[in-house]
Ligand binder design. Structure first.
Ligand SMILES: *Cc1c(COP(=O)(O)O)cnc(C)c1O
Length: 381
């Protein structure tokens, strides 16, 4: 079994992907073009925002959307302590300082109380200006944006969404990628909507931000390619990747999003009696199911379950083994111990199980059987 079997999706979509990419190879035009324009329009429409600006990867998307708002030296940006490194790295690349906040009590996303506490602490401390909150939608579940928007407004800060894992998720009628003043999505191959290499996009309703991001991703261009207004970078989504994404987005809308939900439902039913905490999706929220992540009672239990799964050739992954505030790259940033302690508790217990929309019930069954068997043995001990 594979952790995320991308070959199965390829075989299901092969004809359309081949047709679309061959046309580009025949015409030999690899940068920009109608596929990129068409994809941006379709993505913006699906997410329900005015602008989608594609770029080279999700990390660039994060950096571009922060830079476009002038976030940089002297600014503090609130980020989760429990997320992929890129969330904080993008903040640091602008020159701003990431301020880490622990995860909420009943989930993996930012604790709203923690966010407010850290904003106050930074304000009182006085050396940095609390400018923005960058929340991440971990494992596909949107962060608590209704509450975070209230906090951002109260302290006159900007709210941004790291939607790298949540394309297809939602809160009520609002899709992931539409929260805050801008959102960053990643098309890394294993994300809910992935291409065949690196890719990313920024989503926003703000015309000025959209224009600035378009300029920044093309060397800070102005009127033309050889008119440069600002220092930018080179970050483009290749035409071939746009073509792949057009084929995959159609399948995602047609059936993959629903299929992922069904696989998640199967897992939750079959693991009901297992000794582990199952993913809880808040009412009115929908997960994009980037991962199906459970919480074990301790690190020893987790190692034993991983070994039991491995004995049946079932892969499993630990996302994430270490709080960002304890990464060596951030050694110089002081974080109150309680924050990393809460995060570390999760880091020691989380386990992500094989998951993808093309998984069969038989496959889900074989994973769940090992988990239930393991739970029985653990209880006896
Ligand atoms: C994957 C990911 C990113 C980075 O995306 P890339 O396309 O790999 O640069 C950023 N944040 C989170 C939460 C991610 O999962």
């Amino acid at each position: 079994m594979e952790f995320r079997d991308l070959k199965r999706q390829y075989h299901a979509l092969r004809e359309e992907i081949t047709h679309r990419t061959e046309r580009i190879l025949e015409e030999s035009r690899f940068i920009g073009g109608r596929e990129v324009t068409e994809l941006e329009a379709k993505l913006a429409d699906y997410v329900g925002v005015k602008h989608c600006i594609t770029c080279g990867n999700g990390t660039d998307a994060l950096t571009l959307m922060l830079t476009a708002e002038g976030i940089g030296k002297g600014d503090a940006v609130i980020v989760p302590d429990f997320t992929f490194f890129a969330t904080a790295e993008a903040v640091s690349r602008t020159g701003a300082v990431p301020v880490f906040v622990e995860p909420e009590e009943n989930g993996f996303n930012l604790s709203v109380e923690g966010v407010e506490r850290e904003i106050r602490r930074v304000s009182e401390e006085g050396s940095l200006c609390p400018r923005a909150i960058l929340a991440a939608d971990l494992f596909g579940v949107p962060a608590n944006y209704p509450a975070l928007a209230g906090v951002a407004e109260k302290y006159k800060m900007l709210l941004f969404e790291d939607a790298a894992q949540s394309f297809g998720g939602s809160i009520g009628e609002k899709m992931a990628g539409s929260f805050g003043m801008a959102a960053a999505v990643s098309f890394f191959p294993s994300k809910p909507l992935g291409c065949y290499g690196d890719g990313g996009a920024v989503f926003t309703n703000d015309d000025t931000a959209a224009e600035r991001i378009r300029s920044l991703k093309e060397h800070g261009r102005g009127e033309s390619k050889y008119d440069n207004l600002r220092i930018g970078c080179n970050s483009r989504l290749d035409t071939v990747q746009a073509a792949v994404l057009l084929a995959k987005l159609a399948a995602y809308k047609r059936y993959e999003r629903e299929a992922a939900q069904q696989v998640a439902d199967m897992y939750s039913q079959k693991l009901f009696t297992a000794a582990m905490v199952l993913p809880k999706i808040p009412e009115d929220f929908r997960s994009a199911w980037a991962q199906y992540t459970v919480i074990l009672s301790g690190p020893g239990e987790r190692s034993r379950l991983q070994a039991a799964l491995q004995a049946k050739k079932i892969p499993s992954m630990v996302y994430y083994p270490r709080p960002l505030s304890l990464q060596r790259a951030y050694k110089a940033l002081q974080t109150p111990e309680a924050i990393s302690e809460r995060t570390q508790w999760l880091c020691d217990r989380v386990l992500s199980l094989p998951f993808y929309p093309y998984m069969t019930e038989t496959e889900v069954d074989s994973v769940c059987r090992v988990c239930r068997e393991f739970s029985r043995n653990e209880t006896v001990w």
